[in-house]
Design a protein around this ligand. Structure first.
Ligand code: PLP
Length: 453
């Protein structure tokens, strides 16, 4: 796999980045002021990822609606980040807003079921093909819970994941594979509880033989996957990968857990419905509540029965699964409205068509500039690479070019568009328009011209 970035003139890139940084600072005096008055916050931000944006300080946002937001300096942006999928339905979707407001007025949380609970469970079952559901407040929590269940049910102590996966801040999944195949904490992971070699085996994406070798030892409870990697950029499965993977896992009695927190971008039933996957357990978070904190996890009837027998009496509260606010009435109202009024076939038809046209624009700009770079798409999510399309996480990680990313992001931001700060991803809502896409194509092409002439 050739990374074309060695042909980029680094001196020119540094000059361009400096000029874009100056423009950013000049254009955002209020955001700068608020950043400098945030010394009560660790590193000046409410959570660490907010330091990932290019530029010396983050924008402070005043308003977000549909596919746009306005910062405190009064500048409006096309939002292709959408809260890193949390707002994939569009910011403040009017129907979700109404449902959440109505529920808030009738009580946020009682630790009793609300009327929305069975309706939501039935709709999730219809979409994703698993009959039994529970709720958590984040996909991270949902993943922790299903991993716990998988260990308890199978009596096996290890889990299997893809190299460079991301499933939230779940210690045992914050791992990568070393050159000798041993598991290591992912670079940057802080304070792991135990050596992850004790909990996790890691295999490359798209490598069923490696899965077969890993599960044949008999100590793997489950494999937790994204159907396509999305958190090291989009890495798509090769034809037949999922069929072979499913067969191997079944043969070794290893549970398959599909995490569609991001890959729901593929369509209303995620990749599970689009590609005919047959998970034993399933996780989805973020966008399912249109930005209201909530996640759902599903399972087969057989697994549900096993879990019910594990969660009995007083032990339930300390089972390691739950959370006081999990399944609260506001979260469930948000999910019900989201599934009823957003994330529908017609929504995906619109947003996926926009992603297709964005992808075409990027590819044409690469071709016009003679660059051997690529762009990948999964439903309404698209992403460009400064290399040929990677086949696995390690190839994807090796192709990351932080300086080039920073330039492309800042160039876009200074011209009214926000990309996701991790890699070069754009996500589309039904609220975006072809004008938004055309603006990106024009601005993107101009960035390449500035870079390589
Ligand atoms: C596939 C996947 N699973 C789980 C998570 C964790 O979501 P949250 O941070 O909302 O818990 C993420 C977050 O990016 C994700 O991409």
């Amino acid at each position: 796999m050739a990374s074309g970035t060695r042909n980029v003139d680094r001196g020119r890139l540094a000059e361009l980045l400096e000029a874009e940084t100056r423009t950013f600072v000049d254009d955002h005096p209020r955001s700068a002021g608020l950043a400098s008055s945030s010394s009560s916050l660790v590193a000046g931000v409410p959570m660490p990822w907010m330091r990932r944006w290019p530029g010396p300080f983050p924008l402070t946002v005043d308003d977000a609606y549909g596919g746009r937001f306005v910062d405190v300096d009064g500048r409006e942006y096309v939002d292709f980040c959408l809260g890193d999928t949390g707002a994939m339905t569009g910011h403040s979707h009017p129907r979700v807003l109404a449902a959440v407001g109505a529920q808030l007025a009738r009580g946020a949380t009682t630790m009793l079921p609300s009327r929305d609970a069975p309706v939501v469970g039935a709709e999730l079952a219809r979409r994703f093909g698993l009959p039994k559901w529970q709720f958590a407040l984040s996909a991270t929590d949902a993943n922790r819970f299903v991993l716990r269940f998988a260990r308890a049910i199978t009596g096996r102590r290890k889990i299997l994941v893809h190299d460079w996966c991301y499933h939230g801040t779940v210690d045992e999944t914050l791992v990568v594979s070393l050159a000798d195949g041993r598991t290591s904490s992912r670079p940057g992971a802080i304070g792991p509880q135990v050596n992850p070699e004790l909990t996790t085996v890691v295999v490359p994406f798209n490598d069923v033989d490696a899965v077969e070798r890993a599960v044949s030892k008999g100590d793997i409870a489950c494999m937790l996957i994204e159907p396509a990697l999305t958190n090291i950029g989009i890495v798509l499965p090769e034809p037949g990968y999922h069929d072979r993977l499913r067969e191997v896992l079944r043969r070794h009695d290893v549970l398959l857990i599909v995490d569609e927190t991001h890959t729901i971008c593929a369509g209303p039933g995620g990749c599970t419905a689009e590609w005919g996957l047959h998970p034993d357990m399933f996780v989805i978070g973020k966008t399912i509540g249109s930005g209201i904190p909530v996640a759902a996890y599903g399972m087969t009837a057989e697994i549900a029965e096993r879990i019910e027998s594990l969660q009995r009496d007083d032990g339930i509260d300390v089972s390691g699964v739950g959370g006081t606010l999990a399944g609260n009435a506001v979260s469930l109202a948000a999910v019900r409205a989201t599934l009823q009024h957003a994330l529908r076939e017609e929504d995906f038809r619109h947003s996926t068509a926009l992603a297709e046209s964005w992808t075409r624009g990027v590819q044409e700009a690469f071709t016009a500039h003679g660059l051997p770079w690529s762009v990948q798409r999964l439903g309404c999510r698209a992403e460009y690479w400064f290399c040929e399309p990677p086949h696995n996480g390690a190839q994807a990680a090796a192709a990351i070019d932080h300086e080039l990313d920073a330039f492309m992001h800042l160039w876009a931001l200074n011209r009214g568009m926000l990309l996701t700060p991790f890699h070069n991803m754009a996500l589309f809502t039904p609220f975006h328009t072809t004008t938004d896409v055309d603006l990106h194509t024009e601005v993107f092409s101009a960035a390449l011209s500035a870079l390589v002439g």
